[in-house]
Design a protein around this ligand. Structure first.
Ligand code: UDP
Length: 353
């Protein structure tokens, strides 16, 4: 690509609005050291992400909270009543939810599951939610109070000047030479064998020339629209019904409430299967793909001179803070190995763990 920062890349567009070019990226973490690390490279502005979800012709707060429950069911529950009610409608016969669907039915019951999660997830992942791991839904909490913050972490922020200058600042080091718009492929690049060690952040299957076939990724298409004023009043509005083809609309200027702009830029977000020429965003990790993934992981574990990190390198649905945490962990482990004259590890966190 012509820029650093991968899918976190941001740039100012029409009317100077900071645009999250590859979709909404909100930095949030519970890792104190990751928070400190990020703050070394840029100014992080306090930001409290809130999401609205449109379903069945109405708008609700998401994650599901007390107001969502009361509005959805037309009730006036107290927190304790809401919790008892949700427990009563949850499918208690599912004791160990493995799939996304089981997790949903167990924790919010059939009505909320159908309204907020089933349709959105079919659009986002392109498969029946029975085939997806429960861990995807476990990302979203259910709350019995009025907390409508999307993330539960103590640190939450948006970089004042976007993510790209932060990554540029990280890379601004005498020991680092950057090649942009340059293809690097283990199977095609001439210089491939000439490095002491490679830290691979591309797709793990690409490193091995797709030897065991392509792992499944979702890619996104964004349809931008420039308008005057305030388009939707919120940074992100999800569209949970399947008759709407997109999953969400992002209005970028609401990520920077400390700025003021007359113009506004919105992105309609469409999800589809990632083809060979597309940018991978989300590892799908279907339960049935496990064996294929294991083949790649085994190849990586046996490989010498390479360490795999990041969302694509480990084929895991990682948030930015976890990615940074694992990268810092990898560098620490690698330095220790070098000091102790031990071989460098293939992973800092094994993808099958
Ligand atoms: N999800 C959903 N309905 C929503 C929002 C999220 O079903 O309105 C599910 C969906 O499967 C999604 C997952 O929860 O992929 C994680 O959502 P998150 O907002 O964390 O996704 P991201 O911002 O990483 O795309």
């Amino acid at each position: 690509r012509s820029h650093v920062a991968g899918n976190c890349h941001t740039e100012r567009q029409d009317g100077d609005v900071m645009v999250h070019v590859y979709g909404p990226h909100i930095f949030h973490t519970a890792h104190e050291h990751v928070w400190q690390y990020m703050n070394r490279f840029g100014t992080l502005m306090p930001y409290n992400h809130k999401v609205k979800a449109t379903t069945q012709g109405k708008v609700f707060s998401l994650p599901v909270n007390l107001l969502t429950i009361n509005q959805f069911f037309g009730k006036t529950f107290t927190p304790a009543q809401a919790e008892a009610f949700i427990t009563s409608i949850g499918d208690q016969s599912i004791t160990d939810p493995q799939s996304f669907r089981d997790q949903g039915l167990r924790f919010v019951g059939p009505e909320l599951y159908a309204a907020f999660f089933d349709g959105y997830t079919r659009k986002q992942w392109g498969v029946d939610p029975v085939e997806l791991p429960a861990s995807i839904l476990a990302r979203l909490p259910v709350r019995f109070n009025d907390d409508d913050t999307y993330f539960s972490h103590p640190y939450q922020a948006i970089p004042k000047d976007g993510y790209t200058p932060i990554v540029e600042a990280i890379l601004n080091h005498d020991g680092i030479k950057l090649h942009l718009s340059t293809r690097f492929s283990p199977t095609e690049s001439k210089e491939f064998g000439s490095f002491d060690h490679i830290i691979w952040t591309g797709p793990i299957d690409a490193y091995f020339g797709f030897e065991f076939g392509r792992l499944g990724y979702r890619t996104l298409d964004f349809v931008p629209e420039v308008a005057d004023g305030d388009y939707q009043g919120h940074p992100v509005v999800n569209y949970c019904d399947t008759d709407v083809p997109y999953t969400r609309i992002t209005e970028h200027k609401h990520f920077a409430p400390w700025e003021s702009h007359d113009k506004t830029i919105v992105y309609r977000e469409f999800s589809r299967l990632c083809g060979e020429a597309d940018t991978p965003y989300y590892p799908i990790r279907l339960v049935k793909e496990k064996e294929q993934l294991l083949n790649y992981v085994q190849r990586a574990r046996d490989a010498k001179g390479v360490t795999f990190i990041g969302r694509l390198g480990t084929y895991r649905y990682l948030d930015m803070d976890v990615t940074i945490h694992e990268a810092l962990l990898a560098s620490k482990t690698m330095l220790e190995c070098i000091a102790n004259k031990q071989p460098l590890p293939s992973f800092s966190v094994d993808p099958m763990a």
